[in-house]
Design a protein around this ligand. Structure first.
Ligand code: SAH
Length: 352
């Protein structure tokens, strides 16, 4: 017996032809009935993967200090919007708000953008009266400056994959084999690509990411403010598919269990940065998550949190900091990009 989503995908492909990788990704993650994020809370040791805010409150607290500093640099506005895209369990926002509540006069209106009703319910448990929920950035009021944060959000947005060949451009697609299995293949694409597109290499583009980034950038431009994006990604395209499926903390074949495993693609930070510059905004980074957190003073924060901790708790904090910051763990793979208003100039912490 196969998963219900696999049957739906197969029927769709048989009826309409091969499906591009982006459409596949999007249905696997957000199909209204069987999508991965629609049917479950995938986070934590017993789930499929662990994200930085779930490793330790230190992560969200450091982001909280970053946001507070930015708000101060923006002139400490009385009214402003704090927006998070793809908040998962809501842990990052809870930790950020704990830090902001210690700052005099720092009282944002908080907006969460979340596609999954199931995860919205988890977020509501802790954040019910402190936030409002929206489908997309268009619903955020336009009347005040805005600070946007997101962790492992852009990597969940669909990518399409193109390969330049000697006689044209192919797109990677999902088809159905004679025996009914889903299979990766290629079809001739009818798009044009820049001349410097490297021959024979897989190049990923993400109209969905470009679109969301564009909406955020327009808001920052019009309302003032900044975005902090933290994600699994690269500054230089690897020239190969970065589509990855994870289930129970293990990498699995991207076609093996549609809707039952997480699917992500590495974020092209150079692209997010270039779009920001094109929009007339300032961009900082990407820098490694480890360098960023260390520069923000995560070690000093740990020492403060550990003052009343037991030896076991202190050891746990040290292990968490190592996991978040060390280059062999999350410190280099995860990167941080800040995009902010160009004037007045802001100097985001953590990027020097
Ligand atoms: N930021 C969280 C969760 C990351 S997982 C953390 O670090 O723990 C990705 C999150 O983005 C999930 O909450 C998922 O439901 C949400 N998401 C994925 N695609 C989305 C979309 N197109 N619009 C809004 N939310 C989306």
């Amino acid at each position: 017996m196969t998963a219900p989503l696999e049957d739906i995908l197969r029927a769709h492909i048989v009826a309409h032809g091969p499906m591009d990788v982006g459409a596949y990704m999007s249905l696997c993650l957000l199909h209204p009935e069987h999508g991965y994020y629609i049917t479950r809370d995938p986070f934590g040791a017993s789930g499929d993967f662990v994200t930085a805010p779930e490793i330790s409150p230190l992560f969200g607290e450091m982001i909280g200090f970053w946001v507070a500093d930015m708000w101060g640099q923006m002139g400490s506005p009385a009214r402003w919007h704090l927006v998070e895209l793809g908040p998962g369990r809501g842990t990052l926002m809870i930790d950020i708000l704990r830090i902001l509540s210690q700052m005099n006069g720092c009282a944002p209106t908080v907006h969460l953008i979340e596609a999954s009703a199931k995860l919205r319910a988890v977020q509501r448990n802790e954040l019910a009266d402190r936030c409002s929920w929206h489908d997309d950035i268009n619903a955020i009021p336009t009347d005040a400056p805005i600070i946007v944060v997101n962790n492992e959000f852009f990597d969940a947005l669909p990518v399409r994959q193109y390969i330049k060949t000697a006689d044209g451009i192919d797109e990677a697609v999902i088809g159905v084999c004679l025996d009914g299995r889903l299979q990766l293949g290629r079809v001739r694409a009818s798009i044009s690509l820049p001349d410097d597109f490297p021959m024979g290499r897989v190049v990923e583009i993400s109209p969905a990411r470009d679109n969301v980034a564009g909406q955020i950038y327009e808001r920052i431009k019009n309302q003032g403010g900044a975005m902090l994006a933290i994600d699994y990604g690269y500054d230089q395209a690897p020239g190969a598919s970065t589509l990855q499926a994870v289930r129970s903390h293990q990498k699995v074949n991207v076609l093996s269990a549609p809707g039952a495993c997480d699917l992500t693609a590495l974020v092209d930070f150079a692209r997010l940065r270039a779009l920001a510059v094109q929009a007339g905004l300032a961009a900082y980074g990407p820098v490694g998550q480890g360098a960023f957190l260390l520069q923000l003073g995560i070690a000093a924060r740990l020492a403060k949190n550990a003052a009343q901790a037991t030896k076991a708790q202190h050891d746990e904090m040290l292990m968490a900091m190592d996991r978040l910051c060390s280059p062999e763990k999350m410190g280099d793979l995860f990167k941080v990009l800040c995009v902010c208003q160009a004037s007045p100039i802001l100097t985001p912490a953590g990027f020097s």
